[in-house]
Design a protein around this ligand. Structure first.
Ligand code: DON
Length: 325
């Protein structure tokens, strides 16, 4: 890294002036007061709508952050691309996609539907993510208990984040599980259609899904995860190869087409970058071969995406040539 610095060979050579531009977008989005914080569980309903943080980590480890970047929030649906990545890495694409498709559903993230093969549409919506949790629990190192599998998964997430410790929000986990009628309905509907691998423990699979959603991070940490995905699976801070490059390609493809709920098509059109949002207000954005970005702001639009986060991305591609096309 030092020798590249001396030769001015960083991917963003003028990082300071780039950061100033990001700062301008940050302040512009801060005055956006649209949206409402999630209200389906009390722990999320109490979140301060003014929180607003942006963190950036390039593939060569240059970092910049602004605002509420160290305040913990739960990953929620931002865990979906990560669990999917682990499943791909451990089981291979062919096996994983025997169980889950690659099409956007065109419906809400928790809609009670399966595709024409009676498989969940993709791993980025609830049905698909619950199924990926079943694959991780049942087929990856099946001798592990749920406790061990939790540690195994958290350890993977931490390595994606350059070794930063993640937390776990038990109150959110317990509330999620209490307020999960739709997720249980999806889970049972998939069981009715024999979507799970043999020997899946339904109860453990659902708990595992809620646990992954309840892992706690912050903007700075998630931006490093994004940078690892931008860098073909090699964490820029530790230089550890955490994921195979084929797995990363698959994850980014489906984040691109399915990562923003029922706004995915418009987002792909306007912003043209793989991204995944969560109900906590987090947004993980990847600029392949350049950087990972995390924005966090709790107020959500009608489709469930962070209002300031989406605005940030739209402003970003107005200023910079990051749209894939
Ligand atoms: O499964 C759920 O309903 C939430 N725990 C997580 C989903 C999520 O983040 C999707 N959000 N809009």
């Amino acid at each position: 890294i030092m020798s590249r610095a001396f030769r001015h060979q960083f991917i963003i050579p003028e990082f300071e002036s780039f950061s100033k531009e990001i700062e301008e977008i940050y302040w512009k989005c801060k005055s956006n007061n649209d949206g409402k914080v999630a209200s389906y569980i009390p722990q999320l309903a109490r979140m301060n709508p003014n929180y607003w943080g942006v963190s950036i980590c390039t593939i060569d480890g240059q970092r910049f952050s602004l605002g509420d970047v160290n305040i913990p929030f739960t990953l929620q649906s931002c865990s979906k691309p990560l669990t999917y990545a682990i499943a791909l890495d451990q089981l291979g694409e062919e096996l994983v996609h025997r169980y889950v498709g690659q099409e956007p559903s065109g419906r809400n993230f928790n809609e009670l539907i399966l595709d024409h093969n009676k498989k969940p549409h993709n791993p980025m919506i609830n049905a698909g993510a619950i199924l990926v949790c079943a694959l991780l629990k049942t087929l990856v190192k099946p001798e592990m208990t749920l406790a061990e599998k939790f540690d195994f998964t958290m350890n993977y997430f931490e390595r994606l984040a350059g070794g930063e410790d993640l937390g776990f929000n038990n109150a959110i986990f317990l509330s999620e599980r209490e307020a999960a009628d739709r997720n249980y309905a999806l889970g049972f509907y998939m069981r009715e259609h024999k979507c799970y691998p043999e020997k899946t423990s339904f109860r453990e699979c659902m708990d595992f899904y809620f646990q992954c959603c309840s892992m706690e991070t912050n903007c700075d940490i998630v931006s490093v995860m994004g940078a690892t995905l931008a860098n073909g699976g090699i964490c820029p801070l530790t230089e550890e190869k955490v994921l195979g490059s084929e797995s990363v390609r698959d994850v980014l493809s489906l984040m691109h087409s399915c990562g923003m709920y029922d706004y995915s098509g418009q987002f792909a059109f306007k912003v043209g970058l793989p991204a995944k949002s969560g109900v906590c207000g987090g947004l993980l954005v990847v600029i392949p071969n350049v950087m990972g970005i995390c924005t966090w702001s709790p107020p959500l639009d009608a489709l469930g995406n962070s209002c300031r986060g989406v605005q940030f991305c739209e402003e970003l591609v107005k200023k910079f040539n990051f749209h894939r096309y």
